[in-house]
Design a binder for this molecule. Structure first.
Ligand SMILES: *[C@@H]1O[C@H](CO)[C@@H](O)[C@H](O)[C@H]1NC(C)=O
Ligand SMILES: *[C@@H]1O[C@H](CO)[C@@H](O)[C@H](O)[C@H]1NC(C)=O
Ligand SMILES: *[C@@H]1O[C@H](CO)[C@@H](O)[C@H](O)[C@H]1NC(C)=O
Ligand SMILES: *[C@@H]1O[C@H](CO)[C@@H](O)[C@H](O)[C@H]1NC(C)=O
Ligand SMILES: *[C@@H]1O[C@H](CO)[C@@H](O)[C@H](O)[C@H]1NC(C)=O
Ligand SMILES: *[C@@H]1O[C@H](CO)[C@@H](O)[C@H](O)[C@H]1NC(C)=O
Ligand SMILES: *[C@@H]1O[C@H](CO)[C@@H](O)[C@H](O)[C@H]1NC(C)=O
Ligand SMILES: *[C@@H]1O[C@H](CO)[C@@H](O)[C@H](O)[C@H]1NC(C)=O
Ligand SMILES: *[C@@H]1O[C@H](CO)[C@@H](O)[C@H](O)[C@H]1NC(C)=O
Ligand SMILES: *[C@@H]1O[C@H](CO)[C@@H](O)[C@H](O)[C@H]1NC(C)=O
Ligand SMILES: *[C@@H]1O[C@H](CO)[C@@H](O)[C@H](O)[C@H]1NC(C)=O
Ligand SMILES: *[C@@H]1O[C@H](CO)[C@@H](O)[C@H](O)[C@H]1NC(C)=O
Length: 412
């Protein structure tokens, strides 16, 4: 049985055109909303979800989207300058799903996804403890330039409390400007950093084996992070972060996008913490400590994040020693630096500047630079080597000269 049976619906001035694709994966959805100008909202994606619920006999059961009644799109709308656009899905009477799109200046946003289910419905949730209507909101947010279509082929997993949602092969454009779906794709971060394998094409003529060329990983965007204590900024960090997870044979490289990443933290006299989180990273903590000799350093890194295969990856190490600098100064490293947290997890940092203690007036103090940046140390060596070479030449020349003149004296 097809899980999502869609029927064409027409509503107030809109032609709602819905299609079911998906002979292989019966989880494909398509929505093409039009107004007098043509298409105004287009979405085509695959998804499934599983809702876990508690039963009266104290066990947990689950309901997957494929077991739910056919979907309707009533309530979906294109939006305009005042109103957000939305896609509303209703799976029978017990489960609904919606996502809003908002427009700001020259961008639009895919806002959080809200999934609601009603445990009082005992045909959908047999044996459930009646908790009434439960809403689960995921906190992802994507920013897309107006007139671009958002594309994300990678599997995105939202694991929020009692619901696990899978999304893939997403193509969506809201606030379509001129009635035609754009050909400009705005590709999600997850797709951008997937290493592509060049397919080997078999031809009758023997050809040199095509070796897969992994696409070079782009350098992550530099983010500005800070922590405040009351009114005052007490921790500053500027850095591009790239996570490298090597649990599998192929390393998983993940660039942190500062625009979709939130940060918090805390400052104490002896320790300071910076915590980053986004839809995929539950937390990435950098914990700094003060050591004797009035210096600080990065002591601890803890991470917990969702991987593309649905598993949660967690690592903690409180015995690190990186970014060592005197209190009252900042630490800086423009070159790529590798923070090895565990055998399976490393962080590559780019254009790093960090000050976890003694921040005054919200500004960085003078920086102590990492040795990697220090090209200057080479110059004295080269100059020194050059100079000593020159001195040796002069001495030899002088000695030869002296011998010659001495010899000259003798012949006289
Ligand atoms: C939703 O769409 C279905 C199918 O077209 C229709 O029968 C139903 O009345 C609609 N419900 C609402 C609340 O508009
Ligand atoms: C959306 O529907 C309109 C009108 O039916 C059609 O002209 C257009 O090609 C459709 N767009 C896509 C991307 O399917
Ligand atoms: C159709 O396009 C015109 C010109 O861009 C615009 O002024 C008008 O508001 C559009 N109509 C709708 C229903 O979006
Ligand atoms: C949902 O889709 C994902 C990705 O295709 C798949 O791994 C998973 O088994 C599916 N889950 C259900 C409940 O169908
Ligand atoms: C969902 O429940 C079925 C039995 O009803 C069970 O076989 C399955 O493993 C459960 N799925 C998950 C993801 O726990
Ligand atoms: C979408 O917007 C409507 C109001 O327009 C609001 O009631 C709803 O909660 C929003 N949904 C999400 C997921 O933010
Ligand atoms: C659903 O609830 C009604 C009363 O609330 C009860 O009569 C019925 O047996 C229940 N059905 C199932 C399948 O539990
Ligand atoms: C609509 O806009 C897109 C992207 O800006 C452009 O590629 C396309 O040619 C435009 N189509 C029309 C009919 O103006
Ligand atoms: C924040 O600053 C305002 C004005 O600069 C001051 O009145 C207030 O007491 C400060 N609050 C804290 C918690 O430092
Ligand atoms: C990721 O880590 C592995 C194992 O430490 C290493 O071989 C690989 O070069 C790293 N990749 C990047 C981009 O840092
Ligand atoms: C980031 O912070 C904003 C504003 O506080 C919040 O709306 C959003 O849900 C947060 N995002 C994440 C991934 O926590
Ligand atoms: C840093 O701040 C601590 C108290 O927060 C202070 O005792 C110490 O003297 C400061 N050190 C420098 C070098 O500014």
């Amino acid at each position: 049985m097809m899980p999502f049976r869609l029927s064409p619906v027409s509503g107030s001035g809109l032609i709602l055109f819905c299609l079911l694709l998906g002979a292989v994966q019966s989880s494909a959805l398509e929505l093409n909303l039009t107004n007098s100008n043509g298409t105004c909202l287009f979405a085509k994606w695959e998804m499934n979800f599983t809702i876990f619920y508690e039963t009266t006999d104290k066990t947990f059961k689950n309901v997957t989207s494929s077991e739910l009644p056919s979907v309707t799109y009533n309530g979906s709308s294109c939006g305009d300058d005042q109103n957000s656009a939305k896609i509303v899905l209703q799976f029978g009477s017990a489960v609904s799903w919606n996502v809003n799109f908002t427009k700001e200046a020259s961008d639009y946003f895919i806002d959080s996804i809200l999934l609601s289910y009603n445990t009082s419905d005992n045909t959908t949730f047999p044996g459930a403890v009646d908790k009434g209507s439960v809403a689960v909101e995921s906190s992802q947010r994507f920013k897309i330039p107006l007139n671009d279509i958002f594309r994300c082929n990678s599997l995105l997993i939202l694991n929020v409390s009692s619901v696990v949602q899978h999304y893939w092969d997403i193509h969506v454009q809201a606030f379509v400007q001129n009635g035609t779906v754009s050909k400009n794709e705005y590709v999600c971060e997850e797709d951008r950093f997937v290493t592509t394998v060049v397919p080997i094409i078999h031809t009758t003529v023997p050809s040199p084996t095509a070796t897969p060329t992994p696409t070079p990983t782009p350098i992550p965007k530099v983010g500005n992070y800070s922590v405040t204590n009351g009114n005052t900024t007490c921790l500053l960090a500027t850095m591009g972060l790239q996570l490298n997870i090597t649990e599998e044979k192929v390393p998983f490289i993940f660039n942190i996008n500062p625009t979709t990443t939130n940060f918090t933290g805390s400052c104490h006299p002896q320790t300071a913490q910076l915590r980053l989180n986004n839809s995929q990273i539950k937390y990435l903590d950098f914990i700094f400590a003060v050591k004797s000799e009035n210096r600080f350093y990065l002591k601890e890194v803890n991470v917990s994040m969702l991987l593309a295969n649905g598993s949660v990856f967690s690592v903690a190490n409180n015995n690190l020693s990186f970014w060592d600098a005197p209190l009252g100064s900042s630490y800086m490293c423009n070159k790529e630096q590798v923070i090895s947290v565990s055998t399976t997890f490393q962080i590559n940092t780019f254009n790093l500047k960090v000050q976890p203690f003694n921040v005054t007036k919200g500004k960085y103090s003078t920086a102590q630079e990492c040795s990697l940046d220090d090209d200057t140390i080479l110059i004295p060596i080269i100059v020194g080597a050059g100079l000593s070479g020159l001195i040796i030449v002069i001495v030899i020349a002088y000695l030869i000269g002296r011998r010659k003149s001495y010899a000259g004296y003798q012949t006289l």
